[in-house]
Structure formats: structure tokens, C-alpha cells
Design a protein around this ligand. Sequence first.
Ligand code: SF4
Length: 310
Amino acid sequence: MRILLQFPQGLKMHALQEAAKFEQSGHEVFLSATACWGACDLALEEAKAIGAERLVHYGHAQFGDKPVVVRGIEIEYRLYPITVDLGVLKEALPLLKDYKKIGLVTTVSHIHQLDDMKKILAEGDPAHPHQTFTSRGGLAILEGQVLGCDSSAADKLAGKVDALLYFGGGEFHPLGIKADKPVFAVNPYARSSMQINDIIRRKQKKEQGMLIATAQAKRIGILVSTKSGQFNIHAAENAKKKLLAAGIPQVSILVTGEVDFNSLQDFNSFDAYITTACPRLVDDSERVGKPIVNLAQLPALLKMAKELKN
Ligand code: SF4
């Protein structure tokens, strides 16, 4: 069988060893070399171009409830569990001692360790045992899983827990949490643990500033990505109509695969952007040099733009 293997950026170093396994079984193997940041990004164009009968996308779970179906190409999401030392979670227990009920979330890489995490929270500090809750998101389909664009597995728990705990690398995932509860991040790579509500608040404040700036813009670019899980042309067209009706003089739809920040800078024409693609592009506004707001903020943006006009 002709197979295309696709790895996200952090797993590309394992591509050759995975390819060898398929080759030993007699398959013809190709590797996708384009950048891949998430489950939203299946290498469908490459698979079609080489006539692949199967696409194996590593390191992510399916994006949302509905599987992507492409005639003639079998699509498989294959998890790549990364087992980390949970000692750092034990070390973080003093930070959590005042919170009985903990909402726990992690990334797809560490979902297989969720039960061990719960055990540590329940038994690690006998003086302060925790009751742990998990939930399921929308785009993130595994119990306890969060994505940069879907923190609902944490947000949904806000009403029944005392604090939320994210376990995993980096700040990208936990900073998406919107729930109004103490949020803690335990990072097994940096071996660090901290409360991050102030950082979340700063991010939200920056986003509010970009919203106000975008409402004052004369020329807005609406970003559309052709990536499988991000393509949203109808929403972009609808947003364009509404923005023009709200009095924004110039609105253009920009279509791309990967959003290239240098390329956007070259336009040198837009005062602000709206993303219908990855919502976390807003984190990259400095790289574009312009405000970026999410499509989800369109109603607030239209309201502000109309108020400014009157
Ligand atoms: S849309 Fe963005 S945050 Fe969501 S999975 Fe894709 S790259 Fe990650």
C-alpha cells in the first residue's frame, strides 16, 4: 500500500523509525515534510498528489466528533503517548492544598497517564486528599484533553471544582482556559508548577485591546486557511458582509494554507486581521505587526464598530 506519514513538529524526529515499521511490512512509505501544528491539519493535498491510499497522522486524536472522509484515502489518527515522570505533580501538591475539588486537563500526549495523575492527587498528600474531575471537550474528543483551540474540558468543570489543573508542557494550552477559577499549570519538562491566572488575564486584556483597535480599522483582512480542520470560507464571507454593513470601508478575504507572517507583512495594507482559521493566531499578532481578533469576537467587534460610527 502507498502510505503518507504525517508528524507534528515535535515528533518529526521519530518519522524514520515509524517509516521503517511500515516498510518492513512491504508498504511504500512517504513522509509529509510540511509544518504541522495540530490535529486540524491533515496532509490531504500531499496524500492526493502522490496517490496515497492511506494517511497516518501521528501524535493527535481526531479533531472533533466527525471523522474527515476522503474518497480513496484511509485516514488514521495515531496517538504517540509520551510518558513523563509524574514526580513534579507530587511536588506541586503544596500549591493545591487549599483546593479539595480539582478539575484536571492535559494534552493528548499525556492522556494515558491521567489515572496515575488522579491517584497522586487523591493519595499524594494524605492531609489534603483531592477529588479529581475530568470532562470532554468539543474539538478535543478525549476525556480530560485540551487543545489550544478547545479548553472546554476545563471550562465545563468551573461550576463543580475549586481549582483547575493543567498538566503538560508549555503555556500554549493552559492559557486558553477561560473558566473563572484558580488555574494551575504543572510542567513535567520544565519541572515547574505555578498559578497562571495573572498570565491568562494579561492575555485576555491584550485581546480586548486588539478588539478595540480592530473596531477602529479602515482596512481589515479576514484570514482563511485551507487546512482540513480550519477551512471556514462561508464564515469569512458572512463576516465580510457584516463588517462592510457596519461601516468598515475595506474588507478582503485572504486565503492561504499555512499562515505566513512575513507574507502578511508584505501586504502592508491592512490595519487589522480577523482569523477564521486557528483561533490562537491571535497570540502571534506581534509577528504580524497588526492586531488579530478571532471570528468568535465578531459580534462584539460589529457592536463596537457601529458605536464608533454613530
Ligand atoms: S486550530 Fe490551532 S489550536 Fe486548534 S488544533 Fe489546530 S493548530 Fe492547534
